[in-house]
Design a protein around this ligand. Structure first.
Ligand code: ZN
Length: 245
């Protein structure tokens, strides 16, 4: 497997942001993204998606141009850092998942203006918020690679699973976001985890039957192999679904 870093083109970045904003009205991510870009969400929804693109494009263009040098420098740095750590990271991931991604598989990390960093499972690519530090970007990359391998393994464990459910807001997707914490904190990947709460922050406040959900998952992870962890974790999320959203 190789991880290729590059800069996302302005038009694609703009399209990605517009897609997120109009995907679900006034959702958690949409509110955050509109505040970040100082957009009037009411107005955006009033004018519709095509006009919304035209409003966002000049805002992004300005930042796209002003960030050119910073992004070029970061791309250079991250490529160097990744080359140094790649073998170690992949070796840990292979042992966690008991799964090796094929050598010819190429994952693309695109440096983006978007602050919420979507991933595209079918294209094996994801966006990286260029404002992050090198250490934070490495963590973001490991996080996304975990998702890719997780779903490869998932389709082995659940061969009849529907790939459409691997994206939000479906239960397999929700579980894949929860387990990020245990996989990063309870393995040797911990040394790359510069964030105390590497999964969505609201997960850490969820209590189910007097037990903190993230503690439950960390314990489940260390006491099961990856297959059983998937099966038991999935059952748990299905059972408690309404308490997790
Ligand atoms: Zn994630």
């Amino acid at each position: 497997m190789t991880l290729t870093f590059k800069r996302k083109c302005l038009e694609e970045d703009c399209k990605g942001i517009v897609d997120i904003l109009y995907e679900e009205k006034y959702g958690r991510v949409q509110k955050y993204l509109s505040q970040f870009l100082e957009l009037d969400l009411e107005k955006m929804y009033e004018v519709g998606k095509d006009e919304g693109y035209k409003i966002i494009y000049p805002i992004l263009k300005k930042e796209y141009e002003s960030s050119e040098v910073v992004i070029a420098e970061k791309l250079y740095e991250i490529k160097r850092y990744w080359r140094k750590e790649e073998e170690d990271i992949l070796e840990i991931l292979n042992s966690v998942f008991d799964y090796t991604i094929k050598d010819e598989k190429d994952i693309i990390a695109e440096f983006s203006i978007n602050a919420v960093c979507p991933r595209y499972l079918e294209k094996w690519s994801f966006d990286v918020n260029y404002r992050k530090s090198i250490e934070e970007i490495i963590l973001a990359c490991i996080h996304e690679i975990i998702h890719f391998i997780w779903f490869e393994k998932w389709s082995e464990v659940f061969p009849d699973s529907n790939k459409n459910e691997y994206n939000a807001p479906n239960t397999p997707w929700l579980l894949s976001e929860i387990v990020i914490d245990a996989i990063l904190k309870e393995t040797r990947l911990e040394k790359y985890c510069v964030d105390d709460k590497p999964a969505y922050s609201y997960f850490y406040d969820i209590m189910i039957e007097d037990k903190n959900m993230m503690e439950y998952f960390r314990e489940l992870f260390v006491s099961n192999n990856i297959q059983d962890f998937m099966i038991k974790g999935y059952k748990y999320v299905l059972k408690n679904r309404e308490m997790i959203c």
